[in-house]
Design a protein around this ligand. Structure first.
Ligand code: HEM
Length: 405
């Protein structure tokens, strides 16, 4: 017999815990899991009764086996900023969009983008975020970063992004500002104009690929190009790259081995995204009651699958807070499906292959030419929202390999 998740949804508005969550999400999670003696608990978040799920087994089952009863929960915050696209659709419509878009992200399709991905690492001294923005904008829109107008587009993507973290929802959350939001809508309008111009030039391959997808109206083509070029993706890419450099930057001797052994690199990357997933959580709206892991998930509630907590669930990962790449060839050899960094199930990240291609290209290019050394005595404490990364600057030196300096 399934039980309700422990905890309480409290009174509307008064019982809302959004502020507490945004202030320090990891502390919030830990406190509620301890207080409720459960990795699954009920609370009120964004003024909606929300079940937080930090059990790896339950997240896995919900995303893979009960997805037909769950809808993606992002429309409320982000639809105005992005316009209609796959992320805000459900049911047959989203399946149709996914089937079409998936063609653009197969291993073979990605091989044809490799030259765009390779071109970017000339910006080796810039921050990973800038590098990732350049990769995405040159891949998806064909922008040339030796031209000055590319930096205008970069600035617009940043302004557009700031709108997402200032979304006007019913509950007051930190970082919220109406001016930022209206600036973001203005940036969206300008970005859509630029996307239209790039499409008219008909020189670049990726926009043409999207135009050829079945049943993609002009609006859908533009909105998906807007989604792909949004700062959200480069931020996530740079989150992974930065976390990786932190983990390897204090053991310079290991870097040759990572370069020479793709399996070793893979294990390091799996461990990086396990401990430092760029997105702490994903959201669903429960449209039909689900029973899972012994819990009842009532229709009308929201749920947050807590990637961070599921990745540190000691039922699946022994010494779950420790960085142990070797676990991926030993105790967790067959557990890649227990990682939710890129989601799971039918709504898993469509760009999964592309993410790994970009990450591995950047790392291989970088380690081939440089040794990366993390400067000692830095405060590397993380912040987890809106995208995980160390709070302060991370200082590394890049020493040219074989240099005598
Ligand atoms: C490190 C980079 C990335 C991370 C961490 C990431 C993460 C995710 C996650 C967790 C989801 C599932 C959301 C959920 O379950 O609620 C998702 C969905 C999605 N991702 Fe990514 N993503 C990344 C890069 C990309 C790239 C490069 C693309 C394509 C250009 C992309 C396109 C999408 C799309 C279209 C969806 C929605 C799929 C659907 O609604 O069915 N992502 N991503």
């Amino acid at each position: 017999m399934a039980k309700s998740a422990p905890g309480t949804a409290g009174l509307p508005l008064l019982g809302d815990k959004s502020y507490e969550f945004y202030k320090d999400p990891v502390k919030f999670l830990m406190k509620h899991m301890v207080d409720n003696k459960s990795r699954v608990f009920l609370t009120r978040f964004l003024n909606k009764p929300t079940v937080f799920v930090g059990s790896n087994k339950v997240v896995h089952e919900l995303l893979n086996e009960h997805s037909d009863k769950l809808e993606l929960g992002y429309k409320q915050f982000m639809e105005e900023i992005y316009g209609e696209n796959i992320l805000f659709t459900d049911g047959d419509f989203s399946t149709g969009l996914r089937d079409a878009l998936s063609e653009l992200f197969t291993v073979d399709a990605i091989k044809t983008y490799q030259s765009d991905i390779d071109r970017a690492p000339v910006c080796i001294y810039m921050f990973f975020k800038k590098l990732a923005i350049e990769i995405c904008l040159s891949l998806f829109l064909g922008l040339d970063f030796s031209q000055s107008d590319a930096s205008l587009v970069t600035d617009l993507t940043v302004t557009h992004w700031h709108g997402i973290i200032s979304v006007p929802v019913a509950v007051k959350i930190p970082m919220m500002s109406e001016t930022t939001y209206s600036k973001a809508l203005d940036a969206k309008r300008k970005l859509l104009e630029i996307i239209n111009e790039r499409r008219k030039e008909k020189r670049h391959q990726f926009p043409k690929h999207v135009e050829r997808l079945p049943n993609f109206s002009d609006v859908l083509v533009n909105n998906h190009l807007l989604l792909f070029t949004s700062a959200l993706i480069p931020k996530a890419l740079s989150s992974i790259l930065t976390s990786f450099m932190i983990e390897i930057g204090s053991e310079v001797g290991n870097q040759n081995m990572l370069l020479e052994d793709p399996d070793l690199l893979e294990r390091h990357l799996l461990e990086v995204v396990r401990l430092y997933p760029p997105f702490l959580a994903g959201r669903r709206i429960i449209c039909e009651e689900v029973t899972c892991g012994g819990y009842r998930f009532p229709a009308g509630h929201a749920l947050l699958y807590m990637t961070y907590a599921a990745h540190r669930d000691p039922d699946v990962f022994d010494q779950s807070d420790a960085f142990m790449p070797e676990r991926w060839s030993q105790s967790n050899k067959n557990d890649q499906d227990k990682l939710f960094t890129l989601g799971a199930g039918p709504r898993q990240c469509i760009g999964e292959q592309l993410v790994w291609t970009i990450i591995k290209t950047v790392i291989n290019e970088l380690l081939r030419d440089y040794t990366v050394k993390l400067l000692p005595d830095q405060d590397l404490a993380y912040k987890w929202l809106p995208v995980s990364r160390p709070k302060g600057n991370v200082l590394v030196t890049f020493q040219v390999r074989n240099s005598t300096v």
